[in-house]
Design a protein around this ligand. Sequence first.
Ligand code: UT7
Length: 326
Amino acid sequence: MNPFSRILASGHAVPPRILTNADLEKIVDTSDSWIVERTGIRQRHIAEPGSALSDLAMDAAQQALDKAGISAEDVDLIIAGTVTADMKFPSLACLVQEKLGANNAAAFDLSAACSGFLYGLHIANSLMQTAGYKHVLVIAAEMLSSMINWQDRNTCVLFGDGAGAVVLGPADDNRGILSTYMKSDGRHHGLLYNPGGSQRPLTHELIDSNEATIHMEGREVFRHAVVSMTDALHEALKLAQIAPEALTLLIPHQANVRIIEAIGKRFKIAPEKVYVNVDRFGNTSAASIPIALDEALSTGHIQPGDVVGLVTFGAGLTWSSSIIRF
Ligand code: UT7
């Protein structure tokens, strides 16, 4: 199967401030050993209150453009996966468009929680085939720290802030996106959500009660994550006609090292072929895959010709995957 588009280059950015497990021990009833054992997380980057997610997103996108040697004016489309844009509207993508000077692009956000990047990749790849876009920025950026209840130890230890981006261009022979897949199941939306919205506009009561924050049924989400990511990876491999053993690297969503290990085991992929950085970044939601992908590319974990699997899962529920030959 001949790919239509490929990732020309990537970038990522995280806020400088690091919050360690030891720092969290001073805020809630938790311990470094519990967090490391149950999640694999040792630290996460947290933005200063009042800082702009669009700055992080712009930084990641500019790096991708610079590495690809593409000027912002040559970008036709910007898709940003996020649930924590700078403001309710306009979109993060439009704010980044202005900061980049990508004045010839169309720009929009998509809401798929942790699946935002791979949903964006699927849509970008499809629109490049059907609408003639040539250079597309797919950005995923999240500042979940802005909606964390810092008194809830079930959630506050898990998340971090960050942004990742790729720039897509036309495929080169057989190098490029071999398959993309996305799926949802809204019946389980109540397992992971933030209720602050048009049905419950922000009031003093909602804010003071810490209600307008992340709510999660961790154990159930964990169970769904393993089942859904297994489904997604199977489907993307089948579409690409690639066997699991042909993958040079698997980059799963970085939510919990136990979920990552479970996926690797199900596909009999050796641990050294499964990328892990959740220990350093925590769960950065939509940004998790492009941050890991950019790290893997810039540290030589991915070489020309390698076949890489990407798979994710998030609130919605949503799940998504892609197989790419670099
Ligand atoms: O990115 C979107 C997808 N999100 C995910 O994939 C997250 C999926 N879920 C998970 O990663 C895990 O379920 C968690 C890490 C959130 C929780 O781990 P768990 O092994 O499922 O723990 P649990 O929720 O079953 O809780 C076990 C115990 C509870 O105490 P009791 O009731 O047994 O006395 C919790 O209260 O651990 C307690 N606990 C904690 N203890 C210390 C929960 N959070 C903490 C904490 N520190 N931070």
